[in-house]
Ligand binder design. Structure first.
Ligand code: ADP
Ligand code: MG
Length: 393
């Protein structure tokens, strides 16, 4: 049931092909999320869209379904592209679209990203994909080598547009947009809007419709946030205390630097934990293996820099731990948003030293939430009223 009038409350009401309806059922989706109900019909009508929706609300299918409904199977040129800020996210979008396309014969989806061999990608492109999902730098590289032309593009989607533009891709993204026909459909998805997104919208969209989805009770990830007061030289011990409690089976730990990520991972391994790490200096092929293995539950603890914080959807991350507090407020949201996805309940812990408490206050002001404070007393983690935390979990 959607509160707004005229919004479809089921996929069946949305004029979708039987192949897509079948796929959606196979994926276990009972009804469209709000952003899907708002976006899908509009995007299928060809409108330019500027959508702002919180993380975990189902944006991938919101654009993936209309893309697959449009694709002209007999045309073997590139008709639709999605740009994503990171390789991991590009791969994940590729996976979700491949699921959605399960019952459609003859769709070819290619994922193109930096770090993978160019010649391998040239082979993929030779299979003439109609849909390309790419990171901006590598797409541009292929365009300049003449491996890709975008003059038959009908739909272009920028996923995590805010982040992509923040990451310094403005020039690349602009060049790519300008290589597509000026009447293509341009759809932007962001978690929050910023000046660069507005500029792109203003320059390249035609009569865009703005869609804003507030985090509703159902859509908002259910995350209980805890802040643990600690000291710098006790952080690792306190982290180990959380892990030793043996309550959470799948945990993501965030650090701010590659160095810290490596160091913490080896320490955890030394303590007997099966922890692996993910950061920008790890070769792409290895990053993919780590990500896939984590998704499949092959190891329980992933230690990561913010590389993995955005957009990545791993089911059943039960706890997110901020070993370091992120330098940007938004990243806090993206990090803890790795848990509590798809209507499951999650918890986050932030280990905060006295020096970091000012940062924490800033973050909480931005989040408009009040977390539960926890503290160590005689080496036991306790709530404010003095009860041991893990007693009632
Ligand atoms: P976002 O891009 O908004 O952060 P995702 O597209 O990654 O969110 O989706 C988050 C999770 O919700 C994914 O596991 C996805 O498969 C799932 N999901 C998407 N749409 C639905 C739906 N209609 N019903 C249930 N789960 C859904
Ligand atoms: Mg997303």
């Amino acid at each position: 049931m959607t509160p707004e009038t005229n919004l479809p409350s089921s996929f069946g009401e949305m004029d979708l092909s039987k192949e897509i309806l079948q796929a959606v059922e196979e994926m276990g989706f009972k009804e469209p999320s709000t952003v899907q109900a708002k976006t899908i019909p509009l995007m299928m009508s060809g409108t330019d869209i500027n959508a702002i929706a919180p993380t975990g609300t189902g944006k991938t299918c919101a654009f993936g379904i209309p893309m697959l409904e449009y694709v002209q199977l007999k045309d073997s040129r590139i008709q639709e592209i999605v740009l994503a800020p990171t390789r991991e996210l590009a791969l994940q979008i590729g996976e979700e679209l491949t699921h959605l396309a399960h019952f459609i014969q003859g769709v070819r989806i290619a994922v193109i990203y930096g770090g993978q061999s160019i010649s391998k990608q040239i082979n993929v492109l030779k299979r003439r994909p109609q849909i390309v999902i790419a990171t901006p730098g590598r797409l541009l590289d292929h365009m300049q080598r003449g491996n890709i032309t975008l003059d038959a593009v009908h739909t272009m989607v920028l996923d995590e547009a805010d982040e992509m533009l923040n990451m310094g891709f403005v020039k690349d993204v602009t060049k790519i947009i300008e290589s597509t026909p000026s009447d293509r459909q341009l759809v932007l998805f962001s978690a929050t809007t910023n000046q660069d997104v507005l500029t792109i919208a203003w320059k390249y969209q035609h009569d865009p419709v703005e869609i804003t989805v507030e985090a509703t009770k159902e859509d908002r990830p259910q995350i209980t946030q805890y802040v643990i007061a600690t000291e710098q030289d006790r952080k690792t011990d306190h982290l180990l205390y959380l892990l030793d409690a043996d309550v959470y089976q799948r945990i993501m730990i965030f650090c701010n630097t590659k160095f810290m990520t490596d160091k913490l991972t080896s320490r955890l391994c030394k303590e007997g934990y099966d922890a692996r790490c993910l950061h920008g200096d790890i070769p792409q092929a290895k990053r993919n293996v780590v990500m896939t293995d984590f998704k499949r539950g092959k190891f329980p603890i992933l230690v990561s820099t913010d590389v993995a914080a955005r957009g990545i959807d791993v089911d059943d991350v039960e706890a997110v731990i901020n070993y370091d507090l992120p330098n940007e407020n938004e990243y806090y949201l993206h990090r803890i948003g790795r848990t509590g996805r798809a209507h499951k309940h999650g918890v986050s812990f932030s280990l905060v030293t006295f020096r970091e408490s000012v940062r924490m206050d800033e973050i909480l002001k931005y989040m408009l939430t009040v977390p539960t404070p926890l503290k160590f007393e005689d080496e036991v983690l306790k709530t404010e009223d003095g009860t041991p935390f893990f007693d009632h979990i």
